[in-house]
Design a protein around this ligand. Structure first.
Ligand code: NDP
Length: 334
């Protein structure tokens, strides 16, 4: 193990599930990394909607819980058995268990990747969880009939953190992404980032618009992170054998449904995905991260950070995200 003296960290934790008022800045002792672990000092921390689910208890956890699943900074020490990182390396990660809302932490090394020199810390912190999610959604969730250039796909919340990355990456892959968003300004933003078409789903019937745009055929894949408010109607947007990828619950969890309804709608496929099933090995994590680093360094995908908050103002950051006031990515600065 490489040595670094013990430290304390300002760490945002909750001691009970609830609203943003549950977020408190505690001081915790941070020890040495054990086998397979690293200690990282953050320069920037990514905010994600999953942090809200963990805070509210939609995704329950034992208390106290340090929040945050994305960050970037400098490695201070590595434990036995860690060979892909060393003290002094710049690094970034998306990882479970949570705990990135802090100055410094000890964590498993498996999902921590060396950050290429050309990518700054804020970008690294903003893009790992959201960018790896866009990566697996577009490249690893395949509809049974394949996804090729020219195909239509529907992506909800297209002006958000994952959404703006997906708009750009889909365009780079030649896909015609139809993006939904909650205001005309957000629709314009999604279009400026590569969405072929946009729909304001607060004012328009998105299923009817999808039928119009696709000449009545429907899309091959729907990527739905909004959940309760969009799931049912999204099934009506799919072509036969189309794939419904449910990957979030921003409006609330999807209600139980009868699989029998998928037959008459066109023998549809439905899957519920989570990034953390895709990054269960060091090799797969690095492979997906390399793909993300490449598309970002090529300029095909730009990581747009529209909100920056000091770590001490984490409550405002959560309130803004939940109130649909944010676009693109948000970072917390220690
Ligand atoms: P976003 O920046 O996309 O913020 C969420 C967006 O959801 C809002 O800006 C809003 O956009 C839209 N939304 C629709 N209805 C509501 C509602 N009732 N309350 C709040 N927001 C609503 O967040 P992220 O980029 O962090 O994540 C996007 C989604 O992807 C989240 O649902 C997240 O949980 C999910 N996710 C899932 C992963 C997985 O592997 N399963 C991994 C990463 C993210 P608008 O106003 O345009 O409707």
């Amino acid at each position: 193990m490489t040595q670094a003296s013990s430290a304390t960290s300002r760490t945002v934790r909750i001691h009970a599930h609830g609203g943003p008022e549950q977020l408190v800045l505690d001081t915790v002792d941070v020890g040495q990394p054990g086998p397979g672990e690293i200690r990282i000092r953050h320069h920037a921390i990514g905010l994600n909607f999953i942090d809200v689910y963990q805070r509210t208890g939609l995704y329950p956890n034992a208390m106290p819980l340090a929040l945050g699943m994305e960050g970037a900074g400098v490695i201070e020490a590595v434990g036995d058995g860690v060979s892909h990182l060393k003290a002094g390396d710049r690094a970034a990660y998306a990882a479970n268990p949570p705990g990135s809302y802090c100055d410094v932490r000890v964590m498993p090394a498996m999902n921590v990747c060396k950050l290429p020199d050309g990518i700054d810390f804020e970008t690294g912190a903003a893009m790992m969880l959201k960018g790896l999610t866009a990566q697996y959604l577009l490249k690893r969730c395949r509809p049974v009939e394949g996804l090729v250039a020219g195909d239509f796909v529907l992506f909800h919340a297209a002006a958000g953190g994952v959404g703006l990355i997906a708009c750009q990456w889909a365009k780079a892959l030649g896909l015609q992404l139809i993006g939904t968003a909650g205001s005309d300004e957000k629709c314009a933003l999604a279009k400026a980032h590569g969405a072929a078409h946009t729909i304001n789903y607060r004012t328009e019937d998105f299923a009817a618009r999808v039928k119009d745009i696709t000449g009545g055929k429907g899309v091959k894949v729907v990527y739905d992170s909004v959940g309760k408010d969009t799931f049912d109607k999204s099934l009506d947007c799919l072509m036969p054998f189309g794939l419904m990828v449910s990957f979030g619950n921003a409006s609330g969890p999807v209600a139980p449904f009868a699989p029998g309804l998928l037959g008459p709608k066109g023998s549809l496929y439905v899957t519920r995905q989570t990034l953390f099933t895709h990054i269960t090995s060091r090799e797969r994590t690095q492979e997906m991260a390399d793909d993300l680093f490449e598309v970002v360094q090529s300029g095909a995908v730009k990581i747009r950070i529209d909100q920056r908050f000091p770590l001490t103002d984490v409550k405002t950051a959560h309130e803004s995200l939940e109130a649909r006031k944010t676009t693109g990515c948000t970072v917390l600065l220690p």
